[in-house]
Design a binder for this molecule. Structure first.
Ligand SMILES: Cc1cc2nc3c(=O)[nH]c(=O)nc-3n(C[C@H](O)[C@H](O)[C@H](O)COP(=O)(O)O)c2cc1C
Length: 218
């Protein structure tokens, strides 16, 4: 049975817009002492989008560059970036999307939960239809077959009927469709604050509530 709260997370990122949401999710899990291990997988298209949105080029030292200080990070949650980077190097391990023999490709590996953020409709389609030819889709397929939590932060607009059918299919198979739609009622002062609160909502959904998260009091 998966640990609750999850200690061993698989975090994948694909070529949909919203790399800043991935950055804040990784920052939060790097800080969170309950999380012991993170297997991180980025598709090639995710790198293309990160180049546009975060100004990051190439794969070398990718995790630490996503976490590292840049013009798009600010505020209290990123003030410990240096410490986060040190922790990240030991607990966040990048796996190649081409390596279908990586640990998370097998149900015997004790992954507790998986998040795809952002999730493209291409990756959604492959997961929804059991096409497991790369590691991200294979790990998602394993999560579903092992009945482990799988959270898909899908981003596309507008949605066509193929997307909507695939959203239904993954939900029906046990995944949580967690669209990349941030809230506005707490009046985020910056893109970072908006992305950070969204990341906190994803983690709370998996049993990892963050003490700094906004809470509606009515
Ligand atoms: C700058 C940029 C933004 C994109 N935004 C989206 C998006 O929001 N949603 C989406 O599904 N695809 C988006 N795409 C297209 C995907 O990257 C493309 O379909 C890709 O093949 C997805 O591959 P992957 O699912 O293996 O990562 C975008 C591409 C680029 C270059």
């Amino acid at each position: 049975m998966p640990s609750h709260p999850p200690q061993n997370l698989t975090i994948a990122t694909t070529g949909a817009s919203g790399a800043i949401f991935l950055r804040h999710l990784l920052l939060a899990v790097a800080r969170d002492k309950r999380v012991q291990t993170v297997n991180f997988i980025a598709s090639d298209s995710a790198l293309r989008v990160m180049a546009e949105e975060l100004g990051l080029m190439g794969r070398a030292n990718l995790v630490n560059r996503i976490l590292g200080p840049s013009s798009t990070t600010s505020g209290s949650a990123t003030s410990g970036n240096r410490a986060s980077n040190i922790r990240a190097s030991s607990k966040i391990k990048e796996q190649s999307n081409a390596d279908i023999g990586a640990n998370v490709a097998s149900g015997s590996y004790p992954a507790d939960a998986m998040i795809v953020i952002p999730c493209s409709v291409g990756t959604l389609a492959r997961i929804a239809n059991g096409v497991a030819s790369q590691l991200i889709e294979r790990a998602a397929d394993v999560s579903l077959k092992e009945k482990r939590p799988l959270v898909l932060c899908v981003r596309e607009t507008p949605l066509n009927k193929i997307h909507i059918r695939n959203l239904y299919r993954v939900a029906d198979a046990g995944a949580t469709v967690f669209p990349l739609i941030p809230a506005f009622y707490y009046r985020p002062a910056s893109l970072d604050e908006m992305a950070r609160e969204f990341a906190y909502r994803v983690l709370a959904h998996l049993g990892l509530p963050q003490p700094q998260a906004f809470r509606w009091k009515g």
